[in-house]
Design a protein. Structure first.
Length: 258
């Protein structure tokens, strides 16, 4: 079986899975579009920041009787894509990006599993099992109040779900890092590949201003590989990351104080 057939099956399954969620929410439960977005995307505390960023208001206070301090810190690089699309598509941008970003996340997972096992069927089964597991645990939690299933459901959703921006955006950064580190490992015998070094360092810079816990995890992976295998290549990843992070941090500061 060629690469296209298994992933096309996963792709259409993803479309059906996501479409059913929105159809059931909007039409069968008779919810307004705004209500459906708030319920289905979670983490509503980020929405004021997304709206403010889309309006280039980078120092909002959200208080009528309190003047801004010209400084505010928030995960800029995990929100900027939603802010950009919100500017043009409004509330519909959350639905559009959920389809696009979640399918992209599943595609990266597909590539990771295929890279490990060199088998597209196994990769497809893994991706499909995620949808099955989410649906199964959600039904179980509706009819049964069992804490272990609730915890397991939260664990799956936190890593493979559609919550904004974690893991819908940060998951792409994180699993994209893991995929590129796999490619980097396979090509290390061919000599230093600056393309992968730059990509890994750039993703570290994005994670540092998106989800610091994942950034620390990825940085630990780089440190572990460097320590155990003594690859000097990982020094370049860290050095380039430092350079990129300074540029991104400077850009963030400029935005926040202007």
């Amino acid at each position: 079986m060629t690469f296209k057939k298994p992933f096309l099956f996963v792709f259409f399954t993803s479309l059906i899975f996501l479409s059913l969620k929105w159809i059931l929410s909007i039409y069968f439960f008779d919810e307004s579009l705004i209500t459906s977005v708030l319920i289905n995307t979670s983490d509503i505390q980020y929405y004021p920041l997304i709206v403010s960023l889309s309006e280039l208001n980078l120092n909002p206070t959200f208080l009528q009787n309190y003047t801004d301090s010209k400084i505010i810190n928030f995960p800029l690089f995990s929100l900027i894509i939603h802010s950009f699309f919100y500017k043009f598509f409004g509330i519909y941008s959350f639905i559009i990006l959920e389809f696009f970003l979640h399918i992209l996340l599943i595609f990266i997972l597909f590539k990771i599993i295929n890279n490990i096992f060199n088998n597209t069927n196994i990769a497809a089964i893994f991706c499909l099992s995620i949808f099955c597991l989410i649906a199964f645990l959600k039904v179980i939690n509706i009819y049964f109040d069992v804490e272990i299933f609730q915890r397991l459901y939260e664990l799956v959703i936190l890593n493979f779900g559609t919550r904004v921006p974690r893991p819908l955006v940060t998951g792409i950064f994180y699993f994209g890092f893991l995929y590129n580190i796999l490619l980097f490992e396979k090509k290390n015998n061919e000599g230093l590949n600056y393309t992968y070094v730059f990509i890994l360092a750039f993703i570290l810079g994005l994670l540092a201003n998106s989800f610091f816990f994942l950034f620390i995890h990825c940085l630990y992976i780089v440190y572990t590989l460097y320590r155990e295998r003594s690859f000097c290549f990982y020094k370049y990843i860290f050095y380039i990351y430092l350079w990129i992070s300074r540029k991104l941090k400077a850009l963030n500061i400029i935005y926040l104080i202007t």
